[in-house]
Design a protein around this ligand. Sequence first.
Ligand code: PMV
Length: 337
Amino acid sequence: ERPGANGATAVAQPNIALIKYWGKRDERLFLPWTSSLSMTLDIFPTTTRVRLDAEATDDAVTFNGTPASGEERRRIAGFLDLVRRRAGLTHRAVVDTRNTVPTGAGLASSAGGFAALAVAAATAYGLDLDPTGLSRLARRGSGSATRSIFGGFAVWHAGTPTAPPAEADLSSYAEPIPAGDLDPALVIAVVNAGPKDVSSRAAMRRTVETSPLFEPWAASSRDDLTEMRQALLRADLDAVGEIAERNSLGMHATMLSARPAVRYLSPASVTVLDSVLQLRRDGVPAYATMDAGPNVKVLCRRTDAERVAGAVRAAATGGTVHIAGPGPGARLVDEDG
Ligand code: PMV
């Protein structure tokens, strides 16, 4: 069977932002207020197969073999509509997604998920997109997916802020960025694998609309990005970690000051944050970053990862701990891969 003739399968990994994306200036086009920077992981792959079905009257979507419904299904079908419009085709699709990461728990499942879907759907519908085009397409599924098209470290450009949205749409994509020999690891403490109460989409909207801290954070995040790029080039793990930690805590401050507040941190998160401080007091460079959930990701050197994982595991009683390194970008695999 010719790949792309009527189906394609893609794999993508999540990414963890060291400079966060938080807040859209255009909700329909998924244009962010600020640029962000992340590391794509080598764990938690999502495999997505898209097959066109000329007879079907609706898209059929399954997650780990279970039919999707409600908002989940609508998001995928909406994304496929976009691909269909661009391809000039009307065929419905059968979408089968296999995820190895807990969904909706602030573990970036949507990043790997929509990156894999973008690559598989673009191929199945015969869109001829380069990585930039794939990154722009993935953006329309989930902002963080924009970056998972690429492996290693990537920057997602916010797009020309003064330009009208239709124009900014063209300049808002991710690209891989150079980094020195950092040998990084992210130790991921899953303190709660359940889905979150407030979606990142709703939380972002509320933050942008009501938090008095949003604008100052966005301004400082732009400076953080400049410093982060330099720190990565110098392979200065302490600087990378410090900038990432303050950027993430600042993002959470914008949510805590939203009205009503959005609080993703739980007591277990704070206990893990304390263990990271203790590691630093003990001379181990370790820095925390958190997303839209209670789980904590700890940046450290690969050579310290086991020690960091041990400390974090002791703090995150009842949780699970995973060690990730930099991973590859989204890619096509064999139809049955
Ligand atoms: O995954 P999304 O597109 O709903 O956005 C989540 C954003 C954060 O994970 C909190 C930060 C980021 O840049 O990934």
